[in-house]
Design a protein around this ligand. Sequence first.
Ligand code: GDP
Ligand code: PGA
Ligand code: MN
Ligand code: MN
Length: 588
Amino acid sequence: MALTNNKHVLDWVDEMIALTKPDQVVWIDGSEEQLDDLRRQAEETKEMIKLNQEKLPGCYLHRTAVNDVARVEHRTFICSRKEENAGPTNNWMDPKEAYDKLGKLFDGSMKGRTAYIIPYSMGPIGSPFSKAGVEITDSIYVVLNMAIMTRMGKEVFTALGDSNDFVRGLHSKAQLDEENRYICHFPEDNTIWSINSGYGGNVLLGKKCFALRIASYQGKQEGWMAEHMLILGLENPQGEVKYIAAAFPSACGKTNLAMLIPPEVYKKQGYKVWCVGDDIAWLRIGPDGRLWAVNPENGFFGVAPGTNEKSNPNALASTRQGTIFTNVVHNLDDNTVWWEGLDKNPPKNALNWKGEKWDPASGEKGAHPNSRFTAPAKNCPCISPKFDSSEGVPISAIVFGGRRAKTAPLVYQSRDWENGVFVGSIMASETTAAATGAVGVVRRDPMAMLPFCGYHMGDYWAHWIEMGKKLGDKAPKIFNVNWFRTDDEGHFIWPGFGDNMRVLDWIIKRCEGKADADETPIGFVPKAEDINLEGLDFSVEQLKDILSVDKELWKAETQGIEEFYGKFGDRLPQELRNQLNTLKAKLN
Ligand code: GDP
Ligand code: PGA
Ligand code: MN
Ligand code: MN
């Protein structure tokens, strides 16, 4: 039975049901009984494996198809009415053509299956800054993941009332046919159509599709920003909390930084890190004129490999109950899960991510490099008391970062907001397993939004500059970090993880005007003595090495930037053109 009288919802659902022709329609009310029933069904059909309920209560394992393990950027489209509005960094399809092409694929795609109608809210239900979505899907896995990742259930319809302001998401696994896999966004229609995939990033439509691609477009229209950013609160020994938002590309350390546990020297003084969000931030200017951030999600869709008791104990703790694991190793001895980097004892009697008998001695990886956990935010031991707050948290610093073996120093600060926008716009990072395609190739990924900006990237930069003008002297300070500089043998030089606290410490001190810096052509870098190395086996020479700015490398970098900027023609803001010229002049 329909859970709403909202005519816009009902008309659209009718239309989509007529198109996809499911055998049954089930409205998701968000109740535990209904979810339990779905879990039971998924277990029966082997879509999900119930794990050891003593060790991992409420946890399940799921395997995707082997050719369906990551986001598919080459099959992701922004279907704006005008091609030029999608911009040079997005794939574009004419919306008429897209509705027509995908309409044929969706026609009867749910025959023999059930359609689930999921009402969900990005952000706390009913908050003035939250936005509603409805996803129709034929996948129980999607329903159960959305139950963790969003605030889901009939209360969303109550909050929506008669309004037409909700994002319409349609998803069908269809045949899981790779050739016909499409993730299409229609920003002008508040609509997302995703077909032939079952991988989280392509099918949990509240996340990348809505909260980043559609929301970035909405933010441009409405004067706010949707960003690929973690949000953390850093509490000092006096109990004051300062908030930082940081944008790193997928699989470059957001979840780890968001849940950081400070090293002993900081812990014993009383420093603490609070996690507000690990992937997405919606940013608005508050009544006080400062920039405020809300995490629109309700859970973590985190990278499993590398997560362990040492690197990220808070993430690991978050996965100990009510979690769905995707594409990890199944330990058959005790019906638990394992992945590379969890510990040094891979299970001997186990199945790999494909469900095949796996021998750890074979040298083959057991878990997929992009295997994931979907964990409720409330499980996280360091979840911020402000997590559910509808006004969010005020941001003191914005941090950009990526994976760069060379070139980018451990940390530097931009000269001002406009220079900071430039720093974000020239970000480059090595590709990771989070998207299909080659891994380890350096590419430009402005603000870590390359795969997620729902409109023209030049207009997006103009929006950033505009926001800075509105914020004036209340604007957060902008920094860039790189945890991934390598030595001649390719090893990471900086210890990273908890020790990144030492860099956050400098960042906050800079915001408070309490730390000095050296000016370089790219911005301000710390004086080596201002990074606290106490309790760390790391020499000042090593630190100086990773803080160094190599002019020759940066000159080469400016050529790459020039080339990249060339794509944007007259939609490249003049301010950024000027910034590039200034950088070139400073390097000469
Ligand atoms: P996210 O996808 O941006 O949230 O990134 P994650 O926090 O999940 O980390 C992705 C990968 O980078 C994992 O394999 C982590 O172990 C690794 N990683 C995260 N932080 C650091 C760091 O500070 N140093 C190094 N060397 N690796 C890191
Ligand atoms: P990530 O999230 O940024 O934590 O990797 C998923 C993604 O971006 O695909
Ligand atoms: Mn992400
Ligand atoms: Mn993450």
